[in-house]
Design a protein around this ligand. Sequence first.
Ligand code: FAD
Length: 448
Amino acid sequence: MPDTIVIGAGFAGLAAARALRKQGEHGVLVLEARDRVGGRTKPGTIAGLDIDLGGMWLGPTQTRLKAWADELQIRTYSTPMEGKGCFRIGGKDHRGDGEDVAGLFNVVEGIDYLGARRKLGKLIAPLDCEAPWDHPRAAELDAMTVEQWLLSDVRTNRMRTLYRMVCFSLFCAEASQISMLFFLHYVKSGDGFDVILSALGEGAQRYLFHGGVHQIARRIGEELGDCLRLSQPVHDVQWNKAGVTVRTSTATYHAARAIVAVPATQLNRIAFDPPLPMAKAAFHDRLSMGSAIKYWIAYDRPFWRDHGLNGMIFADDHPCAPCFDVSPPGQEKGIIAGFFDGNNALDHSDAGAPARRDALVEMLAEHFGEEARNPVDYVDNDWTGEQWSGGCYGAYAPPGLFAKYGPLLREPVGPIHWAGTETSARWTGYIDGAIRSGERAAAEITNA
Ligand SMILES: Cc1cc2nc3c(=O)[nH]c(=O)nc-3n(C[C@H](O)[C@H](O)[C@H](O)COP(=O)(O)OP(=O)(O)OC[C@H]3O[C@@H](n4cnc5c(N)ncnc54)[C@H](O)[C@@H]3O)c2cc1C
């Protein structure tokens, strides 16, 4: 009988199991629904290269993921950003160095931009990511969507569009769906706008992994050996003070406690007996997962660089922006990766990969030239259809939930502890946040 059963072998569950074993707790069993580890990170290939169909970027301040990569000697490279990015909002085009969008805006819009940043700065300053619900204006901010804030505090249409695009790029959901308090919390947990949105400097999109980030999960999974059981979806958890009984379709396991490390929106697919506190169950039921289809397209060479372009497109009139040059150095192919996000993902989910590829090629041809019509390979992954994720990148809170019920995310229930990127105070929604959440849940047990 193990001491601890970890449910879910994404980065959070793997981190929890690893941390427990490092603390000398060897009675750990990890049960994973899929036939692989890594959860919302996933291996794929394009034009013979190993790639990430899910999470992939690393930012310099994501120190837990960086530490794992260093330990396993998995090398990174910088997202290629040399040259100009292609930006278009409201019919106006701009090509700016790196990710400089300033040229898109006239003087009035520029003043609006600065005003919005100042107001956001004031709102974000008193927010403590460990307890965003203690923000002095928590209830008020949680009662409004980001869209409502845009309509009241941002004056120009183009600036509102910019923030709407920021929302679906960060959350894979629309500004009209997300609590303003949750939005501020998410951005601050990722070190603020300049870091969370950038591929330069300290930016969250600064580095990519040679061979993909998913291999880190695979290697940690291998370390666990027999303690990891794949293809074991957990259906129910019976619990009392003495411990837990965890059932999958083929086996029953007993342990002193459990760490549940499934996506926050998947929790209620497990039947708990006795049931979880009603407020917690209802809270998780009402959280939402964003929608995204991630694509990769390969060319014989990165021809956009001939035109002085860095491969980045951020445009409001195509469903498949943003996209980025992600070509690994040391090989010849030109590789672009990007997303159908939020409503764009829902609207293109049923169309199928060939139609999505055509839509992408149109966008690339418009911005990079006719050579874009000759890709050598294309692959995409629709995360809304992934049974054990239910969407991505992370769960977000619609209005009216987070200020009151947010504390329930992490609070243990009897012998059950909670992990998963959604429970992290730092880099929530990201791989780094997932690792931190698993380590925090393990510490709750070892420090008890
Ligand atoms: C397309 C995409 C792009 C992204 N880009 C980035 C990025 O560039 N950088 C970044 O840091 N993050 C990115 N993310 C987010 C990042 O991948 C996630 O935040 C992180 O992987 C979440 O880890 P987790 O362990 O919390 O959850 P998950 O990875 O979802 O792991 C949960 C595990 O629980 C399992 N599970 C679910 N239900 C059960 C059950 N009943 N029984 C047993 N097991 C169960 C699942 O199969 C899964 O393996 C991206 C995600 C996606 C999908």
